[in-house]
Design a protein around this ligand. Structure first.
Ligand SMILES: [Fe+2]
Length: 322
């Protein structure tokens, strides 16, 4: 019997990263406007979808320049200094909360290329909520990593509720550098969002079980249901990769059903983390639609708001450095 510590590929290097049934074929990618319905249909079936050319060349340039600038300006926020914090260990470089101090990023939070599909998946424009925004980099010559397949946040009702969609959280990963065959790639197991373990997905999906490394040019956007099993698959250990990760949650109350009850109302998704903070200009935005978008506050945020967004309080929190 195979376990995720064994694999069908025969490659012992692949053992820690799933069952090793890695496909060489790429799933279709979609134009987010002209192929909108087909893209939604693909997501509905598979728990992820690839949208092509979601960033303009000047946006890719701006974000790469932002990486270069902030890595030089504040290396400790990227884990580049001697004082590496727990969230900087074992996963390359990450700048966890760039929105706190950089209003130049605000427009990206509701990007016009991907937002219509995000809205469709989460049940409508008025149900989309912000959760988290970060930048990551696998530097050149980083070697091979150790990330295993996992899902992100989930709710228990996902395994039985009807209908399944809208999902609870959605993550958008934008490639900011080209991801070819030898680069570290985001890798998903299609249709695995309906299973509690990767083992269950492997057993039940049978021949349909595939680990799919997603290649794409800079500007590619991958949307995935956070319940979908995924990992960062190692490349050759030489090539670099830059990505922007944004998580969305579902807001509002939704009628639904469970097998044991005729009626069930799904509450808004819980908060994604207990540490993520939204800056004053976004949390208390003058536009009520923006305030609603940034309305999923955790208790750390509540305390920070009550303090009048006190800088010292923020800096006492994990990842709150300035
Ligand atoms: Fe993850």
């Amino acid at each position: 019997m195979l376990t995720p510590q064994e694999n069908v590929s025969g490659d012992p290097e692949a053992a820690a990263q799933g069952f090793g049934r890695v496909t060489t074929e790429q799933p279709p990618d979609f134009d987010p406007q002209s192929e909108f319905e087909a893209a939604y249909g693909f997501f509905e079936k598979n728990g992820f979808v690839v949208l092509r050319q979601c960033l303009k060349s000047d946006e890719i340039k701006h974000l790469n320049e932002f990486f270069d600038r902030t890595q030089a300006e504040r290396p400790e926020s990227w884990g580049l200094s001697d004082k590496r914090k727990p969230h900087h260990r074992n996963q390359g470089l990450i700048f966890s909360q760039p929105l706190l101090d950089y209003p130049e990023l605000d427009d990206y939070t509701q990007h016009p290329s991907s937002l219509p599909m995000v809205s469709r998946i989460l049940g409508g424009e008025d149900r989309v909520r912000f959760s988290e925004f970060n930048f990551r980099e696998t530097p050149a010559h980083a070697g091979r990593g150790t990330m295993n397949f996992h899902h992100d946040a989930v709710t228990r009702d996902r395994l039985i509720r009807q209908p399944y969609l809208p999902c609870d959280w959605l993550c958008a990963i934008h490639y900011l550098s080209d991801v070819g065959a030898d680069a570290p790639s985001f890798c998903v197991v299609a249709q695995s969002n309906r299973y509690s373990t990767l083992r269950d997905a492997f057993d039940d999906l049978g021949e349909k079980y595939q680990e799919i490394p997603l290649r794409g040019k800079a500007g590619t956007c991958i949307l995935y249901d956070t319940a979908t099993f995924h990992t960062r698959l190692d490349g050759d250990g030489v090539q670099a990769r830059r990505t922007w990760h944004q998580y969305y949650a579902r807001g509002g109350w939704l009628p639904s059903s469970l097998p044991t009850t005729s009626r069930y109302v799904r509450p808004p998704s819980p908060v994604l983390t207990d540490w993520n903070l939204f800056p004053k200009r976004l949390a208390l935005h003058p536009d009520p639609k923006k305030r609603l978008f940034f309305s999923h506050w955790n208790t750390a945020q509540c305390e920070w708001v009550a303090s009048g967004f006190d800088l010292q309080l923020r800096q006492s929190m994990p990842r709150g450095e300035q």
